[in-house]
Design a protein around this ligand. Structure first.
Ligand code: ATP
Ligand code: ZN
Length: 283
């Protein structure tokens, strides 16, 4: 049995549970429960505050966990990281009241900065050679300048709308973050094997998220040219259509590449192009 710690309720919770479900792992959730056991995979889920997750994994109370890199690195636990999961993307940024003159980081020399991430902020300031007073507060950082507690703040930003609504302007990006899978370094063989199985499934899910299945019709004399445009997992599958001289080509494309090749496919004579999502992808 492997124990996974995830955030009980917050910005990581939903996507963490979604990833586990997409891996085909079933469990019953209840907002009142502190832990649940999967009904079809040797996994137990603990629901914790995100800040506590790295510590619990380091101590072995949980074997693995999902947490933001911002919290992991702030707590000096980056050695636990196994891999980035691609969700809960955000950044830690410095912001100043929007009317304040600000040209570069040297403007923060000697200023008061409020943050919940003193370590990440300190290393950024050290790197830039700036000395400032860091006020560590645990929440509502964005109101610190308006109540006179600080000249600037360093806080998590995703769209930036919270900053704007508090009359602040983002001026420096201190740290880029996303959710990361972490693991205790001393897992026994049984637990390591379960983790490997879980990672295999996570990779299949992640690969599928970027990949799209593409189907198109093409005249037979254009198959070679179109196949060149479709890198695919291997070469495209080619099936004859009922209409003489035409075939259907099936392949896999990366979503990012798709928009680039679509015009070329049409120019090469492709018709009836369908692009459909892939649920799992094993290579
Ligand atoms: P807890 O009660 O568990 O301590 P919290 O209030 O500290 O929760 P949340 O606000 O739920 O934490 O954020 C959890 C993590 O989600 C953050 O550490 C960060 O990695 C990520 N995150 C925070 N804000 C955003 C955002 N606006 N968009 C995307 N991800 C975010
Ligand atoms: Zn927290």
């Amino acid at each position: 049995m492997l124990r996974l710690a995830i955030q009980k309720s917050g910005r990581l919770s939903e996507d963490s549970l979604k990833l586990i479900r997409e891996c085909g792992i079933s469990f019953i959730t209840s907002s009142l429960k502190l832990k649940t056991e999967s009904t079809n995979f040797p996994l137990e889920i603990l629901y914790l505050r995100d800040d506590d997750i790295p510590g619990y994994v380091a101590d072995g109370v949980a074997d693995i966990g999902i947490v933001g890199e911002n919290v992991l690195v702030e707590e000096g636990m980056q050695h636990l990281a196994v891999e980035q999961l691609g969700f809960s993307k955000c950044r830690l940024s410095l912001a100043v009241p929007k009317g304040d003159p600000y040209e570069d980081i040297s403007d923060l020399q000697g200023k008061n900065i409020a943050t919940s991430y003193p370590n990440l902020l300190q290393s950024y300031l050290d790197e830039k050679g700036v000395q400032a007073h860091i006020h560590t507060i645990s929440g509502s950082v964005e109101i610190a300048p308006s109540i006179g507690l600080a000249d600037a703040i360093c806080d998590i930003v995703s769209s930036g709308s919270t900053l704007i609504s508090n009359g602040l302007r983002e001026v420096e990006r201190v740290f880029k973050s996303q959710a990361v899978l972490i693991a205790n370094g001393g897992l026994n063989a049984e637990k390591q094997e379960i983790l490997n199985k879980l990672l295999f499934r996570i990779h299949a899910v992640q690969r599928a998220q970027k990949a799209k299945y593409i189907l198109l019709n093409a005249p037979n004399d254009k198959i070679a040219e179109i196949s060149e445009l479709l890198p695919g997992a291997k070469s495209p599958s080619i099936l004859p259509l009922a209409e003489e001289g035409w075939s259907s080509l099936h392949s896999v494309v990366n979503e990012d590449d798709f928009w680039e090749i679509i015009e070329k496919l049409k120019d090469a004579g492709a018709q009836g192009i369908l692009v459909v999502p892939i649920e799992k992808m094993i290579v």
